[in-house]
Design a protein around this ligand. Sequence first.
Ligand code: CO
Length: 502
Amino acid sequence: MKPATFNCTVLRDGHQSLAATRMSTEQMLELAPILDTMGFSALETWGGASIDAGLRFLGEFPFDRLDTLKKLAPKTPHSMLLRGQNLVGYTHYADDVVEAFVKMSVKHGMNIFRIFDCLNDPQNMRTSIQAAKAAGATAHGAICYTTSPVHNLEYFAKLGKEIADMGADGIVIKDMAGLIPPKEAADLVTALKKSTGLPVWIHTHDTAGIGASTYVAAMNAGADAVDVSISPFANGTAQPDCLRMLALMQGYEACPVVADDFKAKLADISAKLQPIYESLCRFTGHKNEVVNSDTLRYQVPGGMLSNFRNQLKEMNMTDKFEEVFAEIPVVRKALGWIPLVTPTSQIVGVQAMMNVKFGRWKNITPQCADVALGYYGRTPAPVDPDLQKLCAEKMKKDPITCRPADLIKPGMQALRDKLAAKGMPTTDEWCVIYAMFPQQLEDYHNGKKPEPPTAPAKKPAEAAPAASSVAPTTVGLSASINGKDMKINLLGKTYDIRIEEF
Ligand code: CO
């Protein structure tokens, strides 16, 4: 068996999971050059929520971060998480927008696109896989792991094959909730390698404390790479830390091979990360760092659990917690056993709450109806026909079976026209970001920059005062919560806070 390799997620999922994606580019400046010398098979530096959060909260133009990190870490392939036809936004975009986004990302240095779809519908992944290949990058198709009566080895192996047939260069098992038990991960790696003949990588979270054991089993079953992070932006709701994984793999043939100074470099990075972690204390929390086996009991992502507790509290439904959770499988089954990952986790969660509060299917959210009517794509199992009929009547909309993006007209020219009319730059970079985050980009252009939460990374200790200026203890603070968005008014200045999912 050949040794596996490590990918490092500290510059993206590490702080997305543990510090609400608030690490700034400046805080990464010292880290990137060291990470580049450590032999990681990939550095996850972009994508996921980092583009939204960087623009919205840190006042950073997304492509600037990629440029900076690529310059500082030119040797190691950079990787990013891409939600298929949703790119890094929350809805389907036109094919020409998807193609332009991927092309621009490659132009600015992206090497590996990790492409997934929230329904595991390969149709929604095709355009981005082909765009990545056309731009000379590597396209990995990611499969969202979830448990249900239809999600068995056979289903996953067949899905992998479909993605491989679209031209993907590798398959990633994406276990966003940290739910895969070790033996199942091993079986899944074996099945996917067999059905696709491609390299298989695995991504999990240590939320329930089983992620590290899952990686050991996966590597020993032949997984080619696993995602790890670096403490203190590791473990808990983030990826298992690299040092721990090395210790757990010691003596196995599949143990990743590292240079003599690897552990010293890990220690150096950990030390450099410590003050950054402390400067982001406004966004971190003990709850994220401890083992939470509740996620195993409820089979949902950890972020969904905490969102839920907050939402039930707002709706005065705290006593209905168990009832709402019992409703989740009912909603999932009716919607064809869709996985729970952004945005389906929110859609299923809210609908389960509505079913308990108002009676089953008495009130249906437009998003839930759109899933039932096929507007998000093909569900893993058929949608309950009665629910589909009900949604069609209520929404006065016909169900569709085509690829949803086939209904969307090309968008780049219209985006360019809109930007020109506003006197904003009209390059492809601005167009694709504007497609997803129009208001945030306009604010950025108008110089409405949010206060940076930290000082430059060179002297991270100085960051503390800036961060504490938004601490909840400060006088003149009021907050209002609307769903997952929270407005905080602090000393006359309004901050938008989004309760995020990992
Ligand atoms: Co993740």
